[in-house]
Design a protein around this ligand. Structure first.
Ligand SMILES: *[C@@H]1O[C@H](CO)[C@@H](O)[C@H](O)[C@H]1NC(C)=O
Ligand SMILES: *[C@@H]1O[C@H](CO)[C@@H](O)[C@H](O)[C@H]1NC(C)=O
Length: 462
């Protein structure tokens, strides 16, 4: 793999933001106060970073490759943020980006280098040298950070707030400013789901090859301060059971394997009452939804107060590995219940004896305890599918085509009841079996846990 990493650094302009607001007049004024940012210093730092990166990637260390993959995704995002800010620069509005973001990346890169130091003696000399270069760079970044004195615009969010304020200011007389915060049920804010990209993230994570079954992703409704966090659950006991959640503060931290709170335990022993059974779990609202041990129920583990509450599924629900996802060669053990998230919250897919093994879908409501609000019956035989996920109130199912390809072949729209068996979207696999697959509206990515690898795909809408 050839990896190109840019360390994009940009001009920092501090801005003040004043709003005058009255019923019949409306003025927005934005003034640039700060001195110019030292571009030349930044360019030389960028050159150094590029050189350092060139040296390191020659070694083709897989772990480094993984990190680079992470960076490849994140840095273009930062560049896009910058472009957005530049476009808005109409001579009146200046955006500033915090160097904090870059510094975090460098910190994580340094952590990776430390890890590599342990892994191979052969890399040691090179690594030490790179580490030094990174430290020098970091010191330089810190220095430059003092130019970012105003801290006015913290990346996109604050900038978007400004944009919103401006827009409001311009239109407040004509239009009341009530905006729906949640899309209406069955309406997709992004457009129609049409395809997925090739893998965007591919990593063995913290325990390479150790746990074949598990799940990972991003909480669509994260707790304050956890907006960029990722989570991972592994089945640590007999490929069937798990009893804790691990969280990572960024994608790079997940790839490098540095978990902030460590294990957040449901129970110290495993398996036992209310621990995790099967891989198809999701994190939503800082709580884990899963099939609990030896029960036909959805359990919810609250990561804040560490309590578990449960919702019993209807009589006849198949559980304990009796209603699994399958392909011709194999059924995936303990996949009776598949939890999913989308724009509207949490869903559970399962099957029951009265539905003759066809897939049933219920909306899970967040209350205490969680409840099922509505149920839909499909004509898809569950064993004909390998996995399911939800996007914008539409259920999608996959089937195994070959060791390289999984196909999203089926959809069921909960708004209209329309079923399709000819969706025909292929997923390029990195390993043979995808044991869990879930969509997160937080980043519009499909997160797959596949034979101990974590892989993600960007969902494309039209
Ligand atoms: C979907 O994306 C894949 C990979 O980028 C591409 O090869 C394929 O042609 C796309 N399919 C459609 C229907 O656009
Ligand atoms: C989790 O527990 C905290 C503290 O008791 C509570 O505020 C929060 O609402 C709970 N979350 C869920 C999803 O029940």
């Amino acid at each position: 793999m050839s990896v190109l990493v840019l360390i994009p650094l940009w001009a920092l302009m501090a801005a003040t933001h004043t709003q005058v607001w009255s019923a019949d007049s409306c003025t927005c004024e934005i003034t640039n106060l700060e001195q110019m940012f030292p571009h030349d210093k930044l360019s030389s730092a960028e050159r150094d970073a590029a050189r350092c990166n060139g040296d390191v990637t020659k070694q083709k260390a897989t772990e480094l490759d993984s990190l680079m993959l992470g960076l490849e995704i994140r840095l273009p995002q930062l560049l896009a943020d910058l472009r957005m800010l530049e476009q808005e620069d109409d001579g009146e509005l200046y955006g500033a980006l915090s160097l904090q973001v870059i510094e975090n990346e460098l910190t994580e890169l340094t952590m990776l280098i430390n890890k590599l130091n342990v892994v191979t003696e052969r890399h040691r000399g090179l690594v030490t040298q790179s580490n030094q270069q990174l430290q020098d760079l970091q010191a330089e970044m810190k220095q430059m950070e003092i130019y970012d004195t105003m801290q006015v615009v913290k990346r996109q969010q604050t900038n978007q707030r400004l944009k919103r304020d401006l827009a409001q200011c311009r239109t407040s007389e004509d239009h009341p400013t009530t905006m729906p915060t949640q899309p209406a049920h069955g309406v997709c804010p992004h457009g129609q789901f049409v395809n997925v990209t090739r893998p965007r993230v591919y990593t063995a994570g913290e325990y390479p090859g150790s746990y074949k079954y598990g799940a990972w992703g991003r909480d669509p409704k994260p707790a304050a301060g956890k907006e960029s966090w990722y989570w991972m659950v592994m089945l640590t006991s007999g490929n069937k059971y798990g009893h804790y959640v691990r969280q990572y503060s960024t994608l790079s931290a997940l790839i490098v394997g540095v978990s902030v709170p460590g294990n957040v335990q449901i129970s110290p022993s495993n398996p036992t009452t209310n621990t995790i059974q099967g891989p198809n779990v999701v994190l939503y609202g800082d709580a884990l939804y899963y099939n609990c041990y030896n029960k036909d129920a959805v359990c919810r583990f609250n990561l804040t107060d560490k309590t578990v509450s449960a919702e019993q599924l209807p009589q006849g629900t198949r559980f304990n590995s009796k209603g699994n996802f399958c392909h011709l060669d194999e059924c995936y053990l303990y996949t009776d219940l598949d939890l999913a998230t989308d724009e509207s919250g949490v869903w559970v897919m399962y099957t029951s004896t009265q539905d003759y093994g066809n897939l049933v879908l219920s909306k899970v409501e967040e209350g205490a305890p969680p409840t099922l609000s509505q149920t839909w019956r499909t004509s898809l035989y569950k064993q004909a599918a390998t996995n399911t996920f939800m996007i914008c109130g539409v259920l999608y199912a996959t089937r195994f085509v070959s060791k390289d390809t999984e196909e999203i072949f089926y959809s069921f729209d909960t708004a209209t009841g329309e079923e399709r068996f000819n969706v025909g979207i292929n997923i390029a696999k990195m390993s043979t079996n995808i044991y869990s697959l879930n969509y997160s509206p937080a980043d519009q990515m499909l997160h797959a846990y596949s034979d101990a690898y974590m892989v993600s795909y960007k969902v494309l809408f039209m």
